[in-house]
Design a protein around this ligand. Structure first.
Ligand code: HEC
Length: 287
């Protein structure tokens, strides 16, 4: 049994070592924002999801797709919760290709709530449907898992940091270096001129192909919330977290019901056990 385990363990260690070594050379800045859906009792804030939808629609969707999300889910009570007529109106702004139109020739028609958001419009821009789960902002699911339970994996923190951590490039970078300097992005290009003699980076982050999308006051929120950069970044990150994990609230609720049920069951079993054995225990004492 042990011998069987050693080989894969050694292999894994050998495979993991270089990955950790390269990851460690790129420092990034990820802010630990606090989101209302964190922690065992956390829930999505419907107003925040609506604001995030607005930022996504007016800014991000110019480049990014959201192809796994259906328009109808915008009406979900645990999601943005838009009334039915608004969901219909939102979908109708977009055209979708329908191959049954024009007698089977195909053609475009306005989208209905049953259709899905469109794909990416900008070369190299990834689909954002699952991005909040694909990027962990903090150390992965190691340790006891308690940090993740209370603070989450950091996907939305990563997105909010990414879109708010654009800065002027450091002076060492050649002016024609491709991309935009970002302190959160780890895997982009990095100019040789900004490296130390030992190959480590002088500045955190790297150069990303996405131009800075948000500057603050890019949208006008209908609920009167101030649309500063931090607010917009967190709102769109919360919306993308909901897009990637729309059943978070329900799962947490089911988990809590389970814990509660098991607690009550444990107490009942303890009492039953005591009662069942009580006559025998008493007899022993008497003897
Ligand atoms: C002008 C087009 C454009 C706009 C607008 C835009 N992006 Fe991007 N985005 C890109 C491109 C291109 C990439 C790929 C960057 C790369 O791999 O270097 C990208 C990558 C990303 C990534 C993935 C980064 C990673 O770790 O791989 C996220 C998350 C993201 N964008 C979020 C957003 C959000 C949120 C908004 C709206 C506030 C937005 N983007 C607006 C073009 C855009």
């Amino acid at each position: 049994m042990f011998r069987k385990l050693t080989l894969p363990a050694v292999l894994l260690a050998a495979l993991a070592a270089p990955v950790i070594a390269t990851a460690a050379t790129v420092e990034t800045e990820i802010t630990d924002f606090s989101f209302p859906f964190e922690g065992p009792f956390g829930k999505y804030d419907q107003h925040q999801l609506q604001r995030g939808l607005q930022v996504f629609t007016e800014v991000c969707s110019a480049c990014h797709g959201l192809t796994h999300v259906a328009y109808r889910t915008l009406g979900d009570a645990t999601g943005p919760g838009l009334p039915e007529d608004q969901v219909r109106a939102y979908a109708a702004q977009y055209q979708v290709y329908d191959k049954t139109l024009n007698g089977g020739q195909g053609g475009d028609r306005p989208a209905t709530p049953a259709d899905y958001f469109g794909g990416s419009q900008f070369q190299g821009a990834p689909d954002l449907s699952l991005m909040a789960k694909a990027r962990a902002g903090f150390e992965g699911p190691y340790g006891t898992g308690m940090a993740q339970l209370f603070k989450g994996m950091g996907g939305p923190e990563y997105i909010a940091s990414l879109v708010s951590h654009f800065e002027d490039p450091p002076a060492c970078a050649p002016p024609d270096f491709p991309g935009y300097y970002n302190k959160t992005f780890a895997v982009g290009g990095y100019p040789e001129e900004c490296k130390n003699p030992d190959g480590t980076h002088k500045y955190p982050g790297s150069w990303v192909a996405m131009p800075q999308p948000l500057y603050g006051n890019d949208v006008t929120y209908q609920d009167g919330t101030d649309s500063n950069l931090q607010q917009e970044a967190q709102d769109v990150a919360a919306f993308l977290m909901w897009a990637a994990e729309p059943k978070l609230d329900q799962r947490k609720q089911a988990g809590m019901t389970g814990v509660l049920f098991l607690t009550v069951l444990s107490v009942l079993l303890y009492l039953t056990n005591k009662r069942l054995w009580a006559p025998y225990k008493r007899r022993k004492h008497e003897a």
